[in-house]
Design a protein around this ligand. Structure first.
Ligand code: FAD
Length: 446
């Protein structure tokens, strides 16, 4: 544990988020075992001290801010693989292990874990945010890939949510209650994850389009074709410019789709050809493939680091990142309407979409010293959220609520939903010590 000012400051400050820190934790603790977590939580509960669980700190919506000071529980020393069951294709891990480290560990066994949020994210944080990423279109989100959890509840008791069986009809689904609870119901101390076989072969393809709507239409048509793509990512011309600048690349600066197809070599190739035909029917051009392992890795690494690439355009700016998601049939219209608004704005804005899921992000760059620019970024964010909500969509496809999206929940879910969440919160955390001030809006608190 530490009370060092610098470490408290680092843990209180958002690392990847535009939300401002209003406080820092009073103390940062680094438990090494579930038992230690339990003791810390018990003590905090007894003295009604707020707790903020802390993983890789890659979350976007102010999730890890220490609004009320208190204890920051940094889980990164609990990073062991506890058991690998190759025959069952599952693994039991501690929450502080990163998804990238886990995949390095699994590779020699021909297995992998298919969720890929921000580089540096931990499995515990990924459970807590119900994250997804570029592969969710094929493998689902964190909700679909966790078999069971161990959780230290607010009174310090340790609860197991389910057995290790692949499916079970035994009682309430407490695993899914915890997935996406953002540290507000308990501290996750153990996770059993389902794993996938590393595909025999894969092809990465890129294709250019005259307009972003053409690109979105192709993503939708590809999903309708029944082809099981493993990734469909859409990037607009501004995002490609940022990538070129940051990576010294020379990609055509036009709306672009990136695909990945997996399976046997013949199957991956066949799927590629079908999608190439769909793209050409929608004004797609310059369809290029990568089959070399290093080339493919580099393309996905560039895509994964697209957010950071934006800072090559405006190094001293901050980024507001939006995260709306709509039913697939509305995606093209939502992106077109948003893009008009973004292009008319004085701010530099890029578009990146997990297009196969109807989920898209914009990165809105603003000068943090100029309040009118922050307000303009907020305005664009509101515009996209309200447009998505009018299409039966959501204010957050994958980043979660934190402090930033609370204001939209009533409109999206209805007050009865929020009252129910509050009742659950009250039952499990009556002293409101678990990550207070997050997820449940204050207007339903009392
Ligand atoms: C460049 C970049 C790209 C990204 N791309 C994606 C993407 O494609 N898809 C996506 O979904 N997200 C993406 N994200 C967002 C982010 O990576 C995810 O939200 C991720 O799941 C957060 O994990 P973390 O370990 O960093 O959690 P943290 O930021 O440390 O914490 C997030 C929340 O989880 C809680 N928490 C952490 N550990 C525990 C625990 N053990 N028990 C209980 N609660 C806990 C915290 O209190 C907090 O509320 C991206 C972020 C960046 C910076």
């Amino acid at each position: 544990m530490t009370m060092d000012e610098d470490e408290r400051y680092v843990h209180g400050k958002p690392q990847n988020s535009f939300h401002k820190a209003v406080n820092i934790p009073d103390i940062v603790v680094y438990p090494r075992s579930e038992e230690e977590v339990s003791k810390i939580v018990k003590a905090c509960n007894m003295h009604k001290v707020p707790i903020v669980p802390y993983g890789g700190a890659t979350s976007i919506e102010g999730h890890t801010l220490s609004l009320n000071g208190g204890v920051c529980i940094d889980m990164t020393l609990m990073n062991r693989v506890k058991a690998l069951h190759v025959e069952d294709m599952d693994v039991v891990v501690e929450p502080g292990i990163g998804w990238m480290e886990l995949n390095e560990y699994l590779e020699p066994y021909g297995l992998f874990f298919p969720l890929d949020p921000g580089p540096g994210a931990t499995i515990g944080g990924m459970c807590a945010t119900r994250c997804s990423g570029s592969l969710a279109v094929r493998y689902g989100t964190m909700r679909d890939n966790v078999i069971n959890l161990k959780v230290v509840l607010a009174d310090g008791e340790v609860m197991k949510t389910a057995s290790r069986a692949r499916k079970s009809a035994a009682g309430y689904d407490l695993t899914r209650l915890m997935i996406g609870s953002e540290g507000t119901l308990g501290v996750i101390t153990g996770i059993t994850l389902r794993l996938q076989k590393l595909p025999q072969s894969s092809v990465v393809a890129m294709c250019n389009f005259p307009t972003i709507k053409d690109a979105a239409d192709v993503a939708i048509a590809t999903m309708h074709s029944g082809i099981q793509v493993s990734r469909v990512e859409l990037l607009d011309e501004v995002q490609i410019r940022a990538i070129n600048l940051a990576n010294d690349k020379n990609l055509p600066e036009v709306p672009t789709l990136m695909f990945e197809f997996v399976g046997t070599e013949a199957y991956a190739r066949e799927q590629t050809q079908v999608v190439q035909k769909i793209a050409s029917e929608h004004n797609g051009s310059d369809f290029v493939f990568a089959e070399e392992s290093e080339e493919k890795k580099e393309l996905w690494k560039i895509r994964k680091e697209a957010l950071w690439a934006c800072f090559a355009m405006e190094p001293n700016f901050e980024a507001m990142i939006t995260d709306v998601c709509v039913p697939l049939s509305h995606l093209a219209e939502l992106i077109s309407r948003s893009k008009k608004e973004l292009d008319a704005s004085p701010l530099t804005c890029t578009v990146i979409a997990h297009a196969g899921d109807g989920n898209f992000h914009t990165v809105v760059l603003f000068d943090p010293t100029r309040e009118e620019q922050r307000q303009e970024a907020e305005r664009l964010n509101h515009f996209m959220v309200h447009t998505a909500l009018s299409m039966e969509g959501t204010c957050t496809g994958e980043h979660g609520v934190g402090t930033g999206k609370m204001k939209y929940l009533e409109k999206e879910l209805g007050i009865e939903n929020l009252w129910t969440m509050k009742r659950i919160k009250d039952a499990l955390d009556p002293n409101n010590i678990m990550n207070p001030g997050k997820l449940i809006p204050s207007n339903v608190c009392f």
